[in-house]
Every structure is written in structure tokens, then in C-alpha cells.
Design a protein around this ligand. Structure first.
Ligand code: NAI
Length: 333
């Protein structure tokens, strides 16, 4: 029996993991709070810990987990910016992730946000429910014929680009490792990052969070953008410097901003805080803008993506017990 402590879980995580593990003896210990240095002791007795995007696997946390005899950290996500990989390596604690799961889930959510924001569906929904059938202030623009800029043409960025090409948009893209075959197949134009930022009516960010991409969107970048641009971020919150974004929104420079991720989302996103006072003033300010649409890190939340995530996670746990190699592409340390 492989004991696995699974942090930060909700019903949908538990159901998909149980489904994927059917017939394989795993003793799941599902916890609904995050793994941090303070909660690491709860991994006692487990051979593996399973975590998500906002667990904090810094050095003290990893030391604590390794000290308890945990043999594997399995991330239920693609991004791994929340793990101190150098510390894990020193501790000889293997870390695996889900290298690929439905990129359509995430790209389609980015486009859903774009369509809702541009056509002001979030505002129209509230109005109509209040029997306010007036259209004043709900004007959008045709995406057809406009220019979209995709920053990062990995698995998700490519799907987003293809969907936007389907709308008849011109698509510009930047990636330090361009995929020219794919670009010519879909008539996507690679260019430098400043041109993508400066020439696009819609900008969508699809890079991982790294020291290089942190605050990719800051005051100097925003100044390059066309007035009225729509900015979409479904990747990681810290790609955008929140304070600069708020200033740009206050000045009216930006047409709209849709976020599925937020720089300080840990401890807020995934929680029901509806009866509480929101303590994050920047998030509170963002929520006041009529042209800001925020979802709480739900881009991955489709049946297909959850099943992909659970299958890879269970396959890696099986590999641990059977002494076999982990799923290809999943090993970080
Ligand atoms: P990927 O690894 O397939 O693609 C990332 C691309 O970004 C690569 O082509 C890489 O060359 C490029 N890149 C790296 N540095 C760059 C830079 N400075 N400028 C432009 N491009 C750069 O990753 P994938 O699967 O497409 O995911 C992208 C990100 O989306 C993940 O790292 C994760 O943070 C985020 N994500 C968010 C989810 C959500 O639920 N909101 C779900 C899944 C992923």
C-alpha cells in the first residue's frame, strides 16, 4: 500500500485521483490545506506527497518532508515555480510534475475570458438579471481583422493562437524557442517581444514564471501597448506587476484585463472567503474596475484536464512503488 498525502485538495481532485487509481492500492490522505513549512509535519508516514500550484515547497518545507522519509513530491500541475528545485536536488528528493494535460482547457479559458470581456458579458449578465435591458456601455469590437499577440508559444500558447486565427485575427507571436513549422502551418508571424506587445489589440501571456519572465508586464511594457488593448493572463500572476497594472487601468490606457491568476493569489484563490473582509487591497482595487474580469485559477478545470492530471500522477506513484521510470517529461529533480 502506497501512502500518499495529498495537499490542497477539493472534491474534484479527490474524485479524479480515485478514478485514475481504481484497482491500484494507494492509501490517499486528502487534506484541504496547502503544504508549507508549517504543515509539512502532516506528511508523516507518507511515501509521497502530492501538491498543487500554491503549495510552498521552499527549502525548509522540503527539508521537513525529506526528514520524514517522503520519497517523492508529485505536482498536480505543469508550472513548478513554487518548488525550490535546487534544495530538492541537494536533498535527493525526486520531484515530478504533469508535463502535459489538455492545453485546450487552458487556452479555451483564455479565449472565454477574452470574449466575455470584449463583449462585456459579465456586465450584461448582471444587468439583465436586474431587468436592466439597456445596452449603453456594452459596446465591444470585432476580433476579426484585429491583431492578437501571443507571448510564449508552448503547448497552451499554440492552441490559443490557433483559436484566434480561427476568428480571423492576425496573430503575432514571441518565443525564445520559436516553432517555425507550426507558425507557417497556421499563418502565425513570429517577431520580437516589443513588436508583439506594441502592435497587438489583444495580448495573451503563455510563458512559465521564471526569473526572466517575472514582471514581463510592468510600466515600461505597458507604455509600449496600444491604447485600448485587452490583456489576458492565464499563466502565472507574477508575469504582471500588479501595481503598474492598477495605475494603467486608473489612467484608462487599457481596454480590459482578464486574469485567471494573480500575483498574490496564495491563500485567496481556491478558498470561499465570501463571508470575510478581503485583506488584499490590490485585489480589492482590481475588482472595482468595470473592465477587469477575474477568475480564480480555474483555466485547468475541465473533466479532460483533471483526468489527464490524475492519470499522470497515479502513473508516477505506481512507478515509485514498482521501481520503474517516472512518466516521460515529468521529472524535475
Ligand atoms: P510550455 O512549456 O509548453 O510552453 C511555455 C513556452 O514559453 C515555451 O515555448 C517557452 O519557450 C516559452 N517561454 C519561456 N520563456 C519565455 C519568454 N521569456 N518569453 C516568451 N516565451 C517564453 O508550457 P504550457 O503547457 O504552454 O504552459 C504555460 C504556462 O501556463 C505554465 O508554465 C503555467 O504557468 C501556466 N498554466 C496555467 C494554468 C491555469 O490553470 N491557469 C494551467 C496550466 C498551465
Amino acid at each position: 500500500m502506497l501512502t500518499t498525502t495529498v495537499f490542497d485538495t477539493r472534491a474534484y481532485d479527490r474524485e479524479s485521483l480515485l478514478r485514475a487509481a481504481a484497482g491500484f492500492p494507494i492509501e490517499w490522505r486528502f487534506l484541504d490545506f496547502r503544504l508549507t513549512r508549517e504543515t509539512a509535519a502532516l506528511a508523516r508516514g507518507a511515501r509521497a506527497v502530492c501538491v498543487f500550484v500554491n503549495d510552498e515547497l521552499d527549502r525548509p518545507c522540503l527539508e521537513a518532508v525529506a526528514g520524514l522519509g517522503v520519497e517523492l513530491v508529485a505536482l498536480r500541475c505543469t508550472g513548478f515555480n513554487n518548488v525550490d528545485l535546487a534544495a530538492a536536488k541537494e536533498l535527493r528528493l525526486p520531484v515530478v510534475r504533469v508535463p502535459v494535460y489538455s492545453p485546450h482547457a487552458v487556452a479555451e479559458h483564455a479565449v472565454a475570458l477574452l470574449l466575455a470581456l470584449n463583449r462585456k458579458i459579465h456586465r450584461a449578465f448582471n444587468r439583465v438579471r436586474d431587468l436592466n435591458f439597456a445596452l449603453q456601455g456594452l459596446e465591444g469590437f470585432d476580433l476579426h481583422g484585429k491583431t492578437a499577440g501571443i507571448v510564449g508559444t508552448g503547448k497552451i500558447g499554440r492552441v490559443a493562437a490557433q483559436i484566434l486565427r480561427g476568428f480571423g485575427m492576425r496573430v503575432l507571436a514571441y518565443d525564445p524557442y520559436p516553432n517555425h513549422d507550426w507558425a507557417s502551418q497556421h499563418a502565425v508571424e513570429y517577431t520580437d517581444v516589443s513588436s508583439v506587445i506594441g502592435l497587438s489589440d489583444v495580448i495573451s501571456l503563455h510563458t512559465p514564471l521564471t526569473p526572466e519572465t517575472k514582471h514581463l508586464v510592468r510600466w515600461e511594457t505597458i507604455e509600449l501597448m496600444k491604447p485600448g488593448v485587452i490583456l489576458i493572463n492565464v499563466s502565472r500572476g507574477a508575469l504582471i506587476e500588479t501595481r503598474a497594472l492598477i495605475e494603467a487601468l486608473k489612467s484608462g490606457r487599457l481596454g480590459g484585463v482578464a486574469l485567471d491568476v494573480y500575483e498574490e493569489e496564495e491563500g485567496i484563490f481556491f478558498e470561499d472567503l465570501s463571508g470575510q473582509v478581503l485583506q488584499d487591497d490590490d485585489l480589492a482595487r482590481l475588482l472595482t474596475f468595470p473592465n477587469v474580469l477575474i477568475t480564480a485559477h480555474q483555466a485547468f478545470l475541465t473533466r479532460e484536464a483533471l483526468d489527464d492530471i490524475a492519470r499522470t500522477t497515479v502513473a508516477n506513484l505506481r512507478a515509485l512503488t514498482e521501481g520503474k521510470p517516472f512518466v516521460e517529461g515529468s521529472v524535475l529533480v
